[in-house]
Design a protein around this ligand. Structure first.
Ligand code: GSH
Length: 213
């Protein structure tokens, strides 16, 4: 079977999928879709024929085409269950998904490229205003994530939910990269920093990093 990921090195959503593919040992061809403003390959008809939303990632297995990183990650988990990235206990699974959704639904969509460009180009927000917007939503989201983690006994031992890597670690690591890229001060989140550092020791995370693409 052929596995293809339409990918962009700096895309937080694509980074999540790269980590999961590496952890599960799925050999994948990576096709670059250059999101750089002015290049905008995601908006080209050729790509929109594959993904009508014009965003990355898109994951393909033969003639099965899937967009949206949460859907891709859940699909990979169902079809390639080893190693498991969700705990077996329903309460623990739900807590992992809670953390993932905090990042995927309440931080990332507010800060992605098209939203920042809309603020700048359509609403005349200047660079400082866009940075303030970006930091605000990371801070709001990370305040909640840090609180969720620090009230859990297993957080930081060494991962979000104990000694096994879960989807929560994947979402967290990719979002920390993005926050650092936009110079958001995350020094007030010691648990997030500790867990991200633990993840960065794992080769599947290292090899998925934007710098390695
Ligand atoms: N919810 C989607 C978000 C995908 C998304 O917004 N991707 C960004 C890069 S991280 C993108 O392709 N942006 C292109 C654009 O906004 O034009 C997912 O998780 O896959």
């Amino acid at each position: 079977m052929e596995h293809v990921l339409y990918d962009y090195f700096r895309s937080t959503a694509a980074y999540r999928v790269r980590i999961a593919l590496n952890l599960k040992g799925i050999q994948t061809e990576h096709v670059l879709i250059n999101l750089k403003p002015g290049v905008d390959e995601q908006k080209a008809t050729a790509y929109k024929d594959i993904n009508p939303q014009g965003r990355v990632p898109t994951y393909i297995e033969d003639d099965f085409v899937l967009a949206q990183s949460p859907a891709i990650l859940e699909y990979l988990e169902e079809c390639y269950p080893n190693p498991a990235l969700l705990p077996t206990d329903p309460h623990k699974r739900a807590k992992v998904r809670q953390l993932c959704a905090t990042i995927a639904c309440d931080i990332h969509p507010l800060n992605n490229l098209s939203v920042l460009q809309y603020l700048k180009n359509e609403l005349a927000a200047d660079t400082d205003a866009v940075s303030q917007w970006y930091s605000h939503w990371v801070t709001e989201g990370f305040n909640a994530v840090e609180a969720m983690l620090t009230t859990s006994d297993s957080a930081g031992t060494p991962y979000c939910f104990g000694s096994e890597i879960t989807l929560a670690d994947i979402y967290l690591t990719a979002q920390v990269y993005n926050a650092n890229r936009f110079n958001v001060d995350i020094s007030g989140y010691p648990m997030i920093i500790k867990i991200e550092a633990a993840c960065q020791k794992v080769s599947a995370f290292q090899n998925a990093s934007p710098e390695k693409q």
